[in-house]
Design a protein around this ligand. Structure first.
Ligand code: FAD
Ligand code: NAP
Length: 338
């Protein structure tokens, strides 16, 4: 991809808001990325690494350069009778990787079918869905250090994965470009169907002993029926993270909201469903001008057409404030704001 100046970013992200970048370029290898990092006309500009643009919101024109990760490929690194380690280029579409592994009969990623975006962004927030997180099957990743162009290998521990968290979302942000990600998958897979909606979808289909393909198909069906298609209604998935609170805090909120939904969180905390809190604060289906809160899923802010990123960001602030006021719970944005 040649360097495009004053580039329109609308085709490159899923919220559908208007934004331009001073420059936009793609890279498919370490050599191409290093060349862009050293390109004299781009030196000194802020850099934004882009995948599929499904977890970000542009609230203004980007005054720097957007570098799109197009590193391709899926390859097997090692295998035995039980397991296979497969590595994918960061530019691979995440769902294509999932479908590839499911077709081979390699279990592990099937619950994360149809998550939009590219492989390289997966470790950023340790993507997860329907009871599985990326970290559960992660082997290692390779990331290029921007300061000197060196490629560093990161183990699972070094990535410091947490609930929608990682080293790359915190200290590593703007310092590393994830180039390839490797997963260890199971050739004799055990399916994970503990998540309520998967169980009921499989029951509806009359499947008692599901294969990983059955699970993948079930997840695809649930997601397609429940989540807005960003090609039709701009969005970036869940705008907020599910908050985790101490058990005593959950008890306090239960006194205000007796049907409070809770799940076990990390380190003995209690995970709340942010969608429920937003809905109970009255936002589900809210619509104003071109933006709003999705009618079926209150965690998803939407662009009905013509909204600006700034308007959607302001709406997210109003939602945050009202949940704080009503329940004393501090929501945190999951979407990356630029
Ligand atoms: P982008 O939006 O392009 O980038 C996201 C962030 O990662 C940015 O800060 C960017 O700078 C950085 N980044 C991207 N690539 C790299 C790289 N190679 N190296 C370093 N930094 C990088 N997420 C879930 O976890 N679970 C879900 O179930 C889920 N469902 C979704 C449903 C819908 C309808 C939508 C629109 C989104 C959903 N998401 C979900 C959010 C999103 O799909 C994921 O976070 C996904 O991993 C983002 O990938 P992307 O390539 O689009 O990243
Ligand atoms: P849902 O099934 O209506 O459940 C609401 C929330 O309760 C979810 O956020 C989920 O937390 C939690 N939950 C439900 N059952 C659970 C269980 N058995 N164990 C632990 N936690 C449970 O959620 P949904 O909105 O339709 O989403 C379904 C799945 O897709 C969720 O895993 C969600 O994270 C994922 N998703 C993510 C995004 C995103 O952008 N991040 C967008 C759409 C869907 P968790 O979120 O921790 O799983």
């Amino acid at each position: 991809m040649p360097i495009e100046r004053n580039a329109d970013l609308k085709p490159y992200h899923t919220f559908g808001v208007s934004a331009r970048a001073a420059a936009l370029a793609g890279f498919a290898s370490e050599a191409e990325l290093r060349a862009l990092l050293n390109e004299p006309t781009l030196l000194g500009l802020d850099r934004l690494i882009l995948g599929g643009g499904s977890n970000l919101l542009f609230t203004r024109d980007w005054p720097g350069v957007v570098l799109r990760n197009d590193v391709p490929g899926i390859e097997v690194l090692s295998e035995d009778d039980e397991r296979v380690t497969v590595r994918a280029g960061a530019g691979t579409v995440w769902h294509d990787l999932v479908l590839h592994t499911v077709a081979q009969g390699w279990g592990g990623l099937e619950n994360m079918s149809l998550i939009p975006g590219r492989v390289g962004a997966g470790p950023m927030q340790n993507i997860g869905a329907y009871g599985t997180e990326l970290k559960d099957h992660f082997d290692h990743l390779e990331a290029l250090r921007i300061s000197d162009g060196e490629v560093i290998r990161f183990s699972k521990t070094e990535c410091r994965f947490g609930y929608r968290e990682s080293f790359f979302k915190r200290e590593g942000r703007d310092r590393f470009v994830i180039m390839r990600v490797a997963f260890t998958l199971n050739k004799r897979p055990q399916v994970n169907v503990g998540y309520g909606s998967i169980k009921s979808e499989l029951e509806k289909r009359g499947i008692a002993s599901p294969t990983i393909r059955d699970v993948s198909d079930a997840v695809i069906a649930i997601r397609s029926s429940k989540l807005p298609d960003f090609r039709v209604l701009g969005n970036a998935g869940s705008f907020f993270k599910n908050p985790t609170v101490p058990a005593t805090e959950a008890d306090r909120i239960k006194r205000i909201l007796p049907d409070l939904v809770t799940f076990p969180g990390e380190h003995g905390t209690v995970k709340l469903a942010a969608g429920q809190l937003i809905e109970k604060a009255g936002w589900k289906g809210f619509r104003e001008n071109g933006y709003g809160v999705h009618k079926d899923q209150a965690l998803v802010l939407v662009n009905h057409g013509g909204a600006t990123g700034g308007q959607i960001f302001d709406l997210s602030t109003r939602v945050l404030e009202s949940v704080r006021e009503r329940f004393g719970v501090e929501l945190e944005r999951e979407v990356n704001i630029f």
